[in-house]
Design a protein around this ligand. Structure first.
Ligand code: ADP
Ligand code: MG
Length: 245
């Protein structure tokens, strides 16, 4: 069974200690993760990179609390009451096809005054380049724009932590490059703690201040790389090597 701790310690946003996940599929039992341990510092942009099938999505879903580990310990941030502690961005955007762009962003917002919620949603649509598309439906948008909707929704929640599962993975190279820069700028401006999963080492090294490499199977951490910084970073980013539980 998984043991879970909530933390309000800003140095540790997430941690996994000896986490394993066993799936029982049609081909019998399969370890998606085996004794994986990692630590994500508050305020960091941590990239998790590894080949397809190594357990990246499973790990992220466990960190998010969307899935339960078979064994091990998970630390995740405490909800502060007003906002959920984490927002998730899926590879396939996860936008709801029957809702307009604006309603998709509103869907992620905590309940409250309608006018204020609409103002927040519109602001985030503007910051992700979607002004004028509020009334459009997802099928009328390009893949890149649908990901912008998903990113707007995640930021609009006000959650301090963003967990992103290959959010740019399905985009063409040019759109991807553009959105990498935009996403990084937004995350830094808003001082988000980010865990970003990708199968591209190039993308991980571009975006991350820390890169965690995961082995092909059965999902063990191979090594961690601190990426030398050549861009301004928020002064309160701290790195702690020790595991906190
Ligand atoms: P990645 O995101 O790195 O591609 P995943 O976490 O999606 O890897 O999957 C890791 C392994 O676990 C794969 O072999 C995958 O087929 C398997 N797996 C993932 N989710 C399930 C599930 N719900 N049921 C059975 N097997 C699963
Ligand atoms: Mg995946």
């Amino acid at each position: 069974m998984q043991r879970t701790h909530a933390t309000s310690d800003t140095r540790t946003a997430f941690a996994a200690h000896q986490v394993s996940k066993l799936f029982f599929g049609g081909d019998g039992p399969l370890w998606a993760l085996r004794d994986m341990s990692l630590h994500v510092a508050g305020g960091s942009f941590t990239c998790i990179v590894g080949p397809s099938g190594c357990g990246k999505s499973t790990l992220l879903r466990i960190l998010a609390g969307l899935e339960e580990a078979s064994s091990g310990e998970v630390v995740r941030p405490e909800d502060d009451g007003a906002h959920p502690a984490t927002a998730f961005v899926f590879q396939d955007s996860g936008v709801l096809p029957w809702l307009t762009v604006l309603d998709n962003v509103l869907f992620g917002l905590p309940p409250g005054n309608r006018r204020e919620r609409v103002a927040v949603a519109r602001e985030w649509l503007a910051r992700t380049g979607l002004s004028g598309f509020e009334s459009a439906y997802p099928h009328q948008l390009s893949g890149g724009m649908r990901q912008r909707v998903a990113i707007s929704r995640a930021f609009a929640t006000g959650s301090p932590c963003l967990l992103m599962d290959e959010p740019l993975g399905a985009l063409d190279a040019q759109t991807r490059m553009l959105m990498q820069e935009e996403l990084l700028a937004l995350c830094e401006a808003e001082r988000k703690t980010v865990v970003f999963v990708t199968h591209s080492l190039e993308e991980a090294l571009l975006l991350g201040d820390r890169v965690i490499l995961v082995s092909a199977r059965p999902g063990r951490v191979r090594t961690e790389v601190e990426v030398p910084f050549d861009r301004p970073r928020s002064p309160d980013v701290q790195h702690h090597a020790e595991f906190v539980d």
